[in-house]
Design a binder for this molecule. Structure first.
Ligand SMILES: NC(=O)c1ccc[n+]([C@@H]2O[C@H](COP(=O)([O-])OP(=O)(O)OC[C@H]3O[C@@H](n4cnc5c(N)ncnc54)[C@H](O)[C@@H]3O)[C@@H](O)[C@H]2O)c1
Ligand SMILES: CC(C)[C@H](C(=O)O)[C@@H](O)C(=O)O
Ligand SMILES: [Mg+2]
Length: 379
């Protein structure tokens, strides 16, 4: 009987709200006969992270949460941070995210950029004709680079060392190759665009060299191009479709370009992510699944878009639970929930994409569409 232990960490502000909707969708899937007849069950354990953990335990991430996470099949996480705790003091909610990624050795962060339903392409700030058909993945190195380099902080001088070992770059390049093959499907592997600032930074010259060597030796059939980070910022807005495939980034570039990609597809509320410790199928360690967005403390309660977190839960089913058919059903349900009524959709949209639906109404719409989708499954 496939039973999955999932640690649910809502976090702060909109975190628990959006995670609550993802849990609602998981529970609806679990209860549906198409899934329950396969005896799938999710054992959910809830705990605190970030500001909530500071308030309860005095630290943003407790050793107990780390231990629970390591023993789980997956962690479903919302977002942390907010003005109550600040982001410059010694105790910062945000360190919990980095420390948990590191503790789980989740070195690959997969952040897809795709409009989740044809009806919402018009919600993008970019012209619909430019954004339609955009389908790339920002693959972000997640446990190294400037985030984790040696740090010095004094009142008048500070630095964060941006360093990489060749092996750290090689393993993320291999993940890019894995994703390029998956993304391209029967048509053959999609291209990889590797991002650096090799014209200025030594760390980026190593990045470019390590990616090229592992490419030439192990997957020369996959098209690979290098793109400087500044011109990538331009291309992503002007012609995002031209990036379709895998956009391979180090940690800081991946942080920046995943937010830019989210804006282009219409909202941070459409940008899910999976943080993995190995190539899916080859290694089974705890994955961490989280929207790319933050805790959005500027939003009133029940106004956030939960789609990115629901999509992250679908990625969890795909990568940590081998439940691709349920993940596919959730993705289709999201598309139906968002799509125009004239196209057969439910046309439920939150404020970030020009609608007025609440977080819970958006989640309810996905649940209702999911039932329709799962009802169609025979066998
Ligand atoms: N993974 C994380 O926990 C994470 C990620 C990013 C930022 N943060 C933290 O979140 C706090 C706020 O940061 P920020 O404002 O720079 O980034 P943010 O991602 O929280 O918000 C940026 C903008 O996008 C909007 N937004 C974000 N998610 C949304 C959603 N699901 N639905 C609708 N609108 C959404 C917000 O209202 C805001 O206008 C900070 O403390 C930051 O450190 C945490
Ligand atoms: C909160 C912060 C530590 C985090 C990051 O920079 O990785 C966030 O911005 C993200 O993109 O997940
Ligand atoms: Mg970010």
């Amino acid at each position: 009987m496939p039973s999955f232990n999932i640690l649910v960490l809502g976090g702060d502000h909109i975190g628990p709200e959006v995670v609550g909707e993802a849990v609602k969708v998981l529970r609806a899937a679990e209860a549906h006969p198409a899934v329950s007849k396969k005896n799938v069950s999710f054992n959910l354990d809830h705990d605190l992270l970030g500001g909530q953990s500071i308030d309860a335990h005095g630290i943003p991430l407790t050793p107990e949460v780390v231990e629970k996470a390591k023993k789980s099949h997956a962690v479903l996480f919302g977002a942390v941070g907010g003005p109550k705790w600040g982001m410059t003091g010694a105790l910062r909610p945000e360190t919990s995210v980095l420390d948990l990624r590191k503790a789980l050795n989740c070195w690959a962060n997969i952040r897809p950029a795709k409009v989740p339903s044809p009806g919402v392409a018009k919600c993008s700030p970019v012209k619909e004709s430019v954004v339609s058909g955009t389908d790339f993945i920002v693959l972000r190195e997640n446990c190294g680079g400037v985030y984790f380099g040696e740090k010095k902080e004094t009142p008048d001088y500070a630095h964060d060392v941006w360093g990489y070992h060749r092996w750290e770059i090689e393993r993320i390049a291999r993940m890019a190759a894995y994703l390029a093959k998956k993304h391209g499907g029967a048509a053959g592997p999609s291209k990889i665009t590797s991002i650096d600032k090799a014209n200025v930074l030594a760390v980026c010259r190593l990045w470019r060299d390590a990616v090229a060597k592992v490419h030439d030796a192990e997957f020369p059939e996959i098209p690979l191009t290098n793109q400087l980070s500044d011109s990538l910022a331009l291309i992503m807005v002007k012609n995002p479709r031209s990036l379709n495939g895998i956009v391979l980034c180090d940690n800081i570039f991946g942080d920046l370009f995943s937010d830019e990609a989210a804006a282009i597809i219409g909202s941070l509320g459409f940008s899910p992510s999976a943080c993995l410790a190995g190539i899916p199928g080859e290694e089974k360690t705890t994955g961490m699944y989280e929207p790319s967005h933050g805790s959005a403390p500027d939003l009133a309660p029940n106004k956030a878009n939960p789609i990115a977190t629901i999509q992250s839960a679908a990625m969890m089913l795909r990568y940590s639970c081998d439940l691709d058919f349920v993940a596919d059903a959730i993705d289709e349900a999201i598309s139906i929930a968002l799509d125009d009524k004239s196209a057969g959709g439910l046309e439920i949209r939150t404020g970030d994409i020009g609608g007025s639906a609440s977080t819970t109404e958006m989640g309810d719409a996905v649940v209702s569409a999911l039932k329709q989708v799962l009802n169609k499954i025979k066998d």
